[in-house]
Design a binder for this molecule. Structure first.
Ligand code: PMP
Length: 293
């Protein structure tokens, strides 16, 4: 992914893509001191731009990293980077990381670097395709407790078990994996939150040890606007037996129906379809029927 044309915003200036490198002794590489955001632009407009900027700053604070730009400055830089790369429908990655000024666990005087990259990524929305649902493996890795890792930050280090879970799932032929948490409760997929439907009600785990996704909150708002009851609670894996529908939410996943999680099966139906369509209409600025949030 490093050998291509384009520009990356790097500590305040646009640099050619190929030259946007870092030193091998960067603290982030050795000790995982990096926080990032994944965002999407639809029709030239970044969905929830300000929320992503604020979350990046907050993730930095949680990791004891003071990002040397304000959220608003970074939001402007995102727009500048999209323009420099001539992207209207794409994915944006903002990242902040500790540099190579010190080597060791302590990183008090390392520079906090910031970069913003973006690339074309149109959203191919085919409801009939998506309604088949994807298949998820049930991961053997558990999301850690909030006093084991900074679970409310979008921190690079938290993705170690996501990559392990996803690789194992892919080896077994699944699209992704669902992880339980340290208590054995349903948590989230490797890059998306999870929702279940039963008797017309929507159930989703409380985000007390994993990311409270911006898409998750958006979809909860859309569901409530549709009159659905949304129940945030602890969900045990055995309960999946009784759920009728299931979907994932995330910036990349958008709303993705799920047909299978390990031994449990679901039939994507009306709720999946409604939430998918409402979400896509909202991100594309077409949603006039439903006032979200
Ligand atoms: N959980 C994890 C682990 C993620 O990586 C993501 C994607 N950022 C999400 C949930 C969903 O978050 P969002 O809706 O803000 O993209």
């Amino acid at each position: 992914f490093d050998n291509r044309d384009g520009y990356i915003w790097y500590n305040g200036e646009l640099k050619p893509w190929r030259e946007s490198t870092l030193h091998v002794l960067s603290h982030a590489v050795h000790y995982g001191s990096a926080v990032f955001e994944g965002e999407r632009s639809y029709n030239g407009k970044v969905f929830k731009l300000a929320e992503h900027g604020e979350r990046l700053i907050k993730s930095g604070e949680i990791l004891d990293m003071k990002i040397p730009y304000s959220a608003a400055e970074l939001d402007d830089a995102v727009i500048e980077t999209l323009a420099a790369n001539d992207i209207t429908d794409g994915y944006i990655r903002r990242i902040a990381w500790r540099g190579s000024e010190m080597m060791g666990v302590s990183a008090q005087t390392t520079r906090i670097n910031v970069a913003i990259a973006c690339w074309e990524w149109p959203s191919y929305f085919k409801p009939e395709e998506r309604l088949k649902g994807i298949r998820l493996d049930l991961s053997k890795w558990a999301r850690p407790a909030p006093n084991t890792a900074p679970t409310n930050a979008k921190a690079a280090g938290l993705y170690m078990i996501c990559t392990l879970s996803k690789h194992e799932a892919e080896r077994k032929g699944y699209a992704d994996a669902l992880m339980l948490d340290y208590r054995g409760q349903v948590a989230e997929a490797t890059g998306a939150n999870v929702f279940f439907i039963k008797d017309g009600q929507i159930h989703t785990p409380k985000p007390d040890c994993f990311l409270d996704g911006i898409t998750r909150r958006t979809v909860i708002g859309l569901a409530k606007a549709r009159g659905y009851e949304v129940i945030e609670r602890a969900i045990m894996p055995e309960e999946m037996e009784g759920f009728e529908e299931c979907f994932l939410t995330g910036t990349a996943a958008e709303v993705t129906p799920v047909a299978e999680i390990g031994q449990y099966t679901f039939t994507p139906g009306q709720v999946c379809k409604t939430m998918m369509e409402d979400y896509m209409a909202l991100v594309r600025g077409e949603n006039t029927a439903v006032a979200a949030e």
